[in-house]
Design a protein around this ligand. Structure first.
Ligand code: MV4
Length: 507
């Protein structure tokens, strides 16, 4: 890799991750450039950058996904490097190649690494040849149902049909018996062709009741790599992660070491450069298998930063500057326990439908062990065009018990009024037996969350009534009080807090 020092970095993203990356770049003394769509003129990331460039209309396909617009913005501002964040163009090999062809530095892996890992069959083959355990299954695309049925018979039903170009749970189908194979294969191929323009399907043994464990890695691009331990991401619904924690509960030191070693082996096998995540599936019996590698910074990176005391954004920038990996494996250890709660604008009672609107009130929790990464502020109109994730609450404690106690406290203190959100869902989740025990699997939400029994959020009239009742209650309480009158400011805050809490359904 040609090493080019740079002093101005463009962040090709929006929302909380753009804010987080801008923070890291500014701390390094570098100049920052934001890009934004017409829906994001006053967004949090725009207000925090040294310069900002309008790149197009609200739809991502006409702004954040347009390679030429972003390269143009870099040229216009003199930015010499680009950080892609997650989502959008972050795992687009053509983008990484175009950035380097324009003479700029891509803060991330090579286009080749993205291509190998972006295709699941090629990733499987690469991992198998490198000695990393993969789920029993095929290394070639299967089109003939009879061949698929014979393979399924060999590895044993149930099996999973997976699209090679798929990801995030799209293009997968469980097949429980031979009779279902022909139609399942035909349908999965059709869907894959439609969604990804590629109908290559392979067969894997279906692992039931698994845990999702992923390992953070850093590579130097020359075959050197280290790991920063694991994250457990089994609390998800419809392949969308909701809560992540590190360390993973119920992972023995020996199993942890084996999985981390496999992840480092993965990164070394492709001369990986920058920050990446190797995903594994952990079977109830303790067997683990490579699933895929995410060639980007991930949403849940802060829990790794908190437990290992590292800064992954600055590590990425330093690798891109040619400084190599700025941490040594032997210096890294896990200290305490970190849990991340993704705050989504969505309605649990309405099948988690996205919710939009203005942020009317925002009062973030503070205090020991609390970090909030957010892309919102009071008055911000949440655009309908992008991901409904508003913020991330990252909690740290000396141990899991303390982290959970702090989580409950901070989730209760989190005041967010405007769009319906999932803070009440988080409070529910952390009080469930299987979550508290740490024995939860990827089936947790699907099996234990009951939308029918879920308390629906209050409607506007009900909210008004609750606010009035809270105000009345507080006024009575104060007039009954025998203590000295409080100052108007402080007493007002108190009922306002109660009223807001009632309004947000955050009880
Ligand atoms: C699997 C699996 C069981 N067996 N593969 C889902 C998304 C994609 N990354 C792979 N996924 C799975 N692959 C085999 N052979 C179960 C899942 C899976 C899952 C994986 C990680 C986190 C949550 C999940 C939820 C359902 C299914």
């Amino acid at each position: 890799m040609k090493v080019k020092k740079f002093d101005k970095v463009l962040v090709a993203n929006r929302g909380e991750i753009a804010v987080r990356i801008l923070q890291g770049i500014r701390e390094m003394g570098l100049k920052t450039v934001a890009v934004y769509s017409e829906a994001d003129r006053v967004a949090a990331h725009v207000l925090r950058a040294d310069e900002a460039v309008l790149i197009g209309p609200a739809p991502a396909a006409e702004s954040y996904l347009v390679i030429d617009r972003i390269l143009e913005a870099a040229r216009a501002t003199g930015a010499q490097a680009i950080h892609p964040g997650y989502g959008f163009l972050s795992e687009n090999a053509e983008f990484a190649a175009a950035v380097e062809e324009a003479g700029l530095t891509f803060i991330g892996p090579t286009a080749d690494s993205m291509r190998v890992m972006g295709d699941k069959l090629s990733a499987r083959r690469k991992m198998r040849s490198s000695g990393v355990p993969v789920v029993p299954g095929t290394d070639e695309a299967v089109t003939d149902p009879e061949v698929a049925t014979r393979i399924a018979g060999e590895i044993g039903f149930p099996v999973l049909l997976k699209a090679s170009a798929g990801g995030g749970g799209k293009g997968m189908r469980i097949v429980r018996e031979a009779g279902e194979m022909a139609s399942a294969l035909r349908q999965t191929m059709g869907e894959a062709k439609n969604a990804f323009g590629d109908d290559a399907i392979f067969v894997e043994k279906y692992i039931e009741n698994p845990k999702h464990i992923e390992i953070q890695v850093l590579g130097d691009g020359r075959g050197g790599a280290i790991h920063l331990f694991e994250r457990e991401c089994s609390v998800q619904r419809r392949h969308q992660k909701v809560i992540e924690e590190s360390p993973a509960p119920s992972l023995s030191p020996q199993l942890r070491q084996e999985i981390c070693d496999a992840a480092v082996q993965t990164a070394r096998a492709i001369d990986y450069r920058g920050a990446g995540t190797v995903e594994f599936i952990l079977a109830p019996g303790g067997e683990f298998y490579f699933l895929e590698m995410n060639t980007r910074l991930q949403v849940e990176h802060p829990i790794t930063e908190r437990v290992t005391g590292t800064d992954l954004v600055s590590a990425m920038v330093r690798i891109a500057q040619g400084e190599g990996i700025c941490y040594r494996q032997e210096d890294l250890q896990q200290h305490g326990w970190a849990i991340e709660y993704r705050i989504y604008a969505e309605d649990a009672a309405r099948n988690f439908a996205p919710s939009v609107g203005k942020i009317l009130a925002l009062d973030l929790p503070q205090g020991p062990g609390v970090r909030v990464d957010s892309g919102i502020f009071e008055g911000f109109e949440v655009p309908i065009h992008y991901d409904p994730m508003l913020a991330k609450l990252i909690i740290w404690g000396e141990n899991r018990e303390q982290a959970l106690a702090r989580s409950k406290r901070a989730l209760e203190e989190f005041i967010l009024h405007g769009p319906t959100h999932n803070i009440p869902f988080h409070l529910w989740a952390i009080q469930q037996k299987s979550f508290i025990s740490g024995e939860y699997t990827t089936n947790f939400v699907g099996e234990e969350f009951d939308p029918e029994a879920w308390l629906p959020p209050l409607d506007d009239d009900q909210r008004q009534a609750v606010i009035a009742a809270a105000a009345l209650f507080e006024a009575n309480r104060r007039s009954d009080s025998t203590t000295a009158p409080t100052t108007p400011g402080s007493s007002r805050n108190h009922w306002r807090l109660n009223a807001r809490r009632a309004m947000t359904g955050n009880r």
